[in-house]
Structure formats: structure tokens, C-alpha cells
Design a binder for this molecule. Structure first.
Ligand code: ATP
Ligand code: MG
Length: 408
């Protein structure tokens, strides 16, 4: 078989993309990277996996990138155009369409990107989706709020990272949310769904999951993103096929069909209501961020970066993925501003967790704090795993409360 040639958009940013680039090279692809990082600025560990690289001035300028890449590749046959970074999934689809390459169309990908189109399609398949309206003007927002009632959620149509997402429980809060969202051009106004929140993640082939995962958000992302003192915890559920979670797994599989999923990663979020019903939240046609793929790898001692590449290039998933552990990631936020000065309780926690602690990447004293509003990564994380859910949960919360970081 001829060597598969893959255009991979943004091969080194965000940093975990380096791992997918590695995966592609390891399954035998020639990787043509396209990004806005200068060639000289590419990290060493990614260079060796790139067959060639084009630097573009603005990676988000779709027309410009399409023209430059087309020009650059003239005369070379390309087999796949891929991206695992949310802002570029439409661009990848448009390039595929332009060059007549198989893969999901831009229209299908829009169902994974535009939160109203997504919900319309999922709703049309008879699945449980929060009632919602697309709103542009203030008048439309107020009318939608009237119709949907409090509590409700206002969020951007193509948001990420819970940015500009507001829970609104009164007219006063509605006024405040409208004022805070002036810069957002299009928003979703939707019914607030009570309950626990989970992920449903897959690597799919022709819309059928070859790999599945469920992770539990503790607490819900909207709270992780709005309350600074919280140490967000996310735990993959080893026993993801337990009856309690079955409605979510079933919902997830149906959502993939409803949206016409093809090959690759998906990352869905869903709510489990107090009555035990699964309600759709949102879905992306790409892997979850904030180290979720590392967590899934620790869950099964597997390399999903490479397995994704095998699916994307060869349409086969070969690895065994036994669910061995519940894997918790705990993000920490330092108290104070500026540079990290001190970490307390880490030694005690590491001793307590013993061999179950698998990663410790807290920012060291002297490092500038990250902006916790912009990135769930916060001021670093620890990862712990255990075959027993209760113990994984206990050790995760021991890190959430016992490890304390301080800044100036
Ligand atoms: N209808 C809803 N009912 C209850 N909570 C909601 C609803 N919509 C959103 N949320 C909360 O807000 C969070 C962010 O919303 P959503 O996932 O749609 O946006 P996002 O910015 O794409 O998120 P992220 O990138 O963090 O996954 C959700 O994870 C959930 O906690
Ligand atoms: Mg989300």
C-alpha cells in the first residue's frame, strides 16, 4: 500500500497535538503539518514526526489557509485532512471538500460545532435535548427567556471552555448576563438541566464507536469555571457500563448516528437528572481537552493518540482497551496573584496515594500563575488512579482539599 499522506492542521498547538502528530507518523503516515507557529519555533519533539510543514500567517483565516495550502501541495496527492482542535474542524472539512477527499463534510461537521444546529439535529432524532433558542439581539434574548423560563443558561453558539456561559435565575441576572455578553454575536438560550454531568467519549469508525469512555465531572464544568477556590476533579469511570450510566451511553451512540458521525474522536457532555434520565449537553467532533485523553490512556494503559491515528488513516482500531482503573485528575488553583510561592500538603498526599499517584504537574514556585478563567489547566494538576471507584474518589478529593498552592 502506498504511504498515506495526511494534512494535519495545527500539529503542535495546543501542545497535546504533538501526540497526535506522533501517532500519525507511528501508524505510517507522511504528516504535512499546517500551522501558524514559525518553523523554527516548532518543538523538537514534533519536528521528527513531520514530513513537511507550512507556516501560515493566520491559521483561523479559512480562505487564506485554503489558498495557501492548495498552492503549497500542488501536484501532491493527499489522502486525509485532519484536525483535533475545535476551531479548525470546519477548515479541515472545507479542505476535504475542496480537494474531493473522503471524510465528513463541512455540513456534517457543523453539527458538531454549532450548538443550535447540533441540538436541532439531535432533537429531530427524538432524543432528549434541553429546550433552547438561538438568539442574536437583546430583544430575542428576552423573548426566549420568557418562553423558556428560569433557571436558564445563556451561552455562545460556538463557545468553548465555558467562556461567557451564564446560569440565569432572575430578571436581574438576565440583565447582567445580557450586559456581559455584548461582544458575543450569537448565543443559545436554554433550559437549565439539573443533575450530575458526565462525558461520553469515543473513537468511532463510520459513526460506530470502536472505543468508548465515560468520565464524571465533579462539580459541573459551569461551577468549575465560575468559582475560583474549587479544585476541579474529573474521574474516568472504570465501570462505565453500570446501569446508572446506561442511558447516557445509549444516548451517546444515538447522537453519533443522528449527526452522521464518520471516523475519529468525539467528546460529548450529558446530564443525568435526579430521575435517572440522560439529557444531551453538547458534542465536539474532536477529543476532549484538559488531559482527558491522558486520563483515558491511564484508564486502560493504552495509547489513544496512536489508536486515533490508526482509525483516521487505516480505519481500524486494534488495541485492547480493558477498563482497569478509575482515573482522577485534580486541577489546582493557587491562592493569590502573580507567581506561585509555595505548595503545601503535596508530600503528604503523595505518600498517602503511594503507587496510585501517576502524575504530578503542579506549577513550581517562581512560575507565573495561569489564568484559571481561560484554562481549566489552572496552576497544574495531579493524576491518581485506582481500580475501586470509592478509593479513586477519596484520593482525588484528598488532593482537592489537602494540596494547597499559594501565590504572591
Ligand atoms: N442547559 C444546561 N443546563 C445545565 N447546565 C448547562 C446547560 N448548558 C450548559 N451548562 C453548563 O455549562 C457548561 C458549559 O456549557 P457548554 O459545554 O455548552 O459550553 P462550552 O463552553 O463548550 O464548554 P466546554 O468547552 O467547557 O466543554 C456545561 O458543561 C454545563 O456545566
Ligand atoms: Mg462543554
Amino acid at each position: 500500500m502506498a504511504t498515506p499522506r495526511v494534512v494535519f492542521l495545527a500539529p503542535s498547538y495546543p501542545p497535546e497535538m504533538i501526540q497526535y502528530t506522533r501517532g500519525l507518523a507511528e501508524v505510517g503516515a507522511q504528516v504535512f503539518g499546517v500551522g501558524d507557529t514559525p518553523r523554527e519555533g516548532l518543538p523538537k519533539e514534533v519536528r521528527r514526526y513531520l514530513y513537511d510543514y507550512l507556516q501560515v500567517p493566520r491559521i483561523l483565516d479559512e480562505e487564506d489557509v485554503m489558498n495557501r495550502v492548495t498552492q503549497w501541495l500542488r501536484g501532491r496527492e493527499i489522502d486525509h485532512v485532519l484536525s483535533n482542535w475545535e476551531p479548525l474542524v470546519i477548515l479541515a472539512a472545507r479542505l476535504r471538500e475542496r480537494w474531493g477527499i473522503p471524510g465528513m463534510s463541512a455540513d456534517v461537521v457543523r453539527g458538531f460545532r454549532d450548538k443550535e444546529i447540533m441540538k436541532e439535529r439531535v432533537r429531530a432524532a427524538g432524543l432528549r435535548v434541553p429546550r433552547s433558542r438561538r438568539v442574536v439581539t437583546e430583544r430575542e434574548t428576552r423573548a426566549a427567556a420568557e418562553e423558556i423560563g428560569f433557571p436558564l443558561i445563556l451561552k455562545p453558539i460556538a463557545g468553548a471552555g465555558s467562556a461567557d456561559t451564564y446560569r440565569v435565575t432572575s430578571n436581574a441576572e438576565l440583565d447582567a448576563a445580557i450586559a456581559a455578553m455584548r461582544h458575543v454575536t450569537e448565543a443559545s438560550c436554554e433550559e437549565y438541566v439539573e443533575g450530575e454531568e458526565f462525558t461520553y467519549d469515543t473513537i468511532s469508525i463510520g459513526g460506530v464507536p470502536a472505543y468508548e469512555n465515560v468520565a464524571s465531572y465533579l462539580p459541573k464544568p459551569i461551577e468549575m469555571r465560575s468559582i475560583e477556590w474549587i479544585s476541579p476533579v474529573i474521574i474516568t469511570v472504570k465501570d462505565m457500563y453500570q446501569p446508572k450510566l446506561a442511558p447516557g451511553v445509549e444516548l451517546g451512540r444515538k447522537v453519533l448516528k443522528a449527526l452522521g458521525m464518520g471516523d475519529g474522536f468525539t467528546h460529548m457532555e450529558w446530564f443525568l437528572t435526579p430521575k435517572g434520565e440522560a439529557v444531551f449537553g453538547e458534542i465536539g467532533g474532536r477529543p476532549g481537552g484538559a488531559h482527558l485523553v491522558d486520563q483515558m490512556n491511564y484508564t486502560s494503559d493504552i495509547d489513544l493518540f496512536r489508536e486515533w491515528a490508526r482509525v483516521a488513516v487505516h480505519r481500524s482500531f486494534e488495541a485492547k482497551a480493558p477498563r482497569k482503573y478509575n482515573v482522577g485528575i485534580i486541577f489546582k488553583r493557587a491562592l493569590g496573584r502573580g507567581k506561585i510561592t509555595r505548595i503545601d500538603g503535596l508530600g503528604d498526599w503523595l505518600r498517602e496515594a503511594g503507587p496510585w499517584a501517576v502524575e504530578e504537574k503542579l506549577l513550581r514556585p517562581g512560575t507565573q500563575r495561569r489564568n484559571w478563567k481561560n484554562t481549566l489547566l489552572s496552576d497544574g494538576h495531579v493524576v491518581v488512579r485506582h481500580p475501586d471507584w470509592e478509593e479513586a474518589h477519596r484520593l482525588s478529593f484528598a488532593a482537592a482539599t489537602g494540596i494547597r498552592m499559594y501565590a504572591e
